[in-house]
Design a protein around this ligand. Structure first.
Ligand code: NAD
Length: 357
């Protein structure tokens, strides 16, 4: 594979390991981007990649993202991710999962795995039969479905962004347009409804829509109408790359705050939002509640502690938006700057500790 070290240098990885198990057919790559703040944690994605280069790119990109996400969330964790090159519906076997678990175990805790696309809670249970370096299983002390906590964090981050935009502290009567009312979107609708917000929702699945309409009395618009909906807040909770040259000019909201990963199609879209005066709460900072929830297993899961920590997403978003204003950079860059600052401080501390021991 040409250019591997060039890629590692570009992304700044500590270690990337390739695993192969002939009997089960496992082909996996584990990317440990950084352990500066602690052991690297990130989900395992099982996906039928077109080729090895695509799998490597994905693991590099995703594991780097986890470093930034954990740093901004104030967790003592680094960033890692794994990819298994297989079709989760047709090729996943217990033998393959066990071989993957042995691969994780061989890294001696430098990488802790969790659920991602193509993996389930029961898969994590199988993996935990071989290695303890896995979180998100159904075992006692397991953190369970993270989507409620992700939504709780989004709700708090949204309030911070709303206040920062000069629109007030209460969401009572505020119109929030939610794109996608799946796991996270549903819970977000519930928090917003309790806060008195007026919901406008869209989804491509009628069942999801029906549930939210019945329980919270939301107004429904078509998937293409959600961008131009009259509202104060737009909450993308479905897909990535939905903030782009086609959609941004349609937006009527003042604040963008939702759970979806990789909301900006390209970097320049973040500048476009900033120049238009829209307040954007960066995706990986506002959706960190799920990571905070699963990471809590490592210290002995305590629900009250998790709720308290996730509600601090408010402070994180406030902090990022202030950096953005003070440095006149868009919030997505301010989030990266905050993460870099935390990593630099931790590195300095490590050097100091090493030289004084
Ligand atoms: P989900 O699959 O349960 O929900 C997504 C919903 O979006 C579904 O109901 C789907 O029908 C809908 N949807 C898909 N395409 C759409 C479109 N074009 N227009 C409108 N609706 C559409 O997923 P989720 O777990 O709720 O996650 C939502 C987003 O948040 C994803 O981007 C995910 O990566 C991100 N996220 C989730 C978590 C978590 O804890 N689940 C944590 C961090 C980030």
């Amino acid at each position: 594979m040409l250019g591997v070290f060039h890629d590692l240098e570009t992304y700044g990885h500590e270690q990337v390991t390739f695993f192969h198990d002939k009997e089960s057919g496992l082909k996996a790559i584990i990317g440990v981007h950084s352990t500066v703040l602690g052991p690297s944690l990130g989900g395992c994605r099982m996906w039928k990649y077109t080729d090895e280069q695509a799998a490597l790119r994905d693991v590099l990109r995703l594991s780097r993202g986890m470093t930034f996400k954990a740093a901004v969330a104030g967790l003592k964790l680094g960033g890692g991710k794994a990819v298994v090159m297989a079709d989760a519906r047709t090729e996943k076997t217990p033998e393959m999962l066990k071989a993957f678990a042995r691969a994780v175990e061989s890294l001696n805790g430098k990488y802790i795995t969790a659920e991602d696309v193509g993996m389930s809670v029961s898969d994590i249970d199988t993996i935990r039969g071989i290695t303890n370096h896995a979180v998100g299983g159904s075992n006692e002390g397991g953190s369970g479905d993270p989507s409620g906590m992700t939504a709780f964090g989004v709700f708090h981050g949204m309030k911070a962004a709303f206040k920062f935009a000069g629109l007030g502290e209460s969401l009572n009567g505020v119109r929030v347009a939610i794109q996608g009312v799946g796991n996270v979107g549903y819970h977000l609708a519930s928090y917003l409804s309790a806060a008195g917000a007026k919901l406008i929702i869209t989804d491509i699945y009628p069942n999801q829509i029906e549930k939210v309409v019945q329980e919270f009395g939301a107004e429904v618009v078509g998937p293409d109408q959600i961008y131009a909906t009259d509202c104060e807040i737009f909450a993308p909770c479905a897909l990535g790359a939905i903030l782009n040259a086609r959609t941004i000019p349609q937006l009527k909201c003042k604040v963008i705050a939702g759970s979806a990963n990789n909301q900006l199609e390209v970097d320049s879209d973040g500048f476009d939002l900033f120049n238009r005066g829209l307040v954007y709460a960066p995706d990986y900072a506002i959706n960190s509640g799920g990571l905070i929830n699963v990471a809590a297993e490592l210290d002995g899961y305590n629900h009250e502690r998790v709720v308290n920590k996730v509600s601090q997403v408010y402070n994180t978003i406030e902090n990022i938006l202030e950096i953005s204003r003070n440095q006149q950079i868009p919030p997505h860059q301010a989030a990266d700057a905050l993460a870099q600052q935390k990593l630099t401080e931790a590195k300095k501390l490590q050097v100091k500790t090493k030289t004084t021991v």
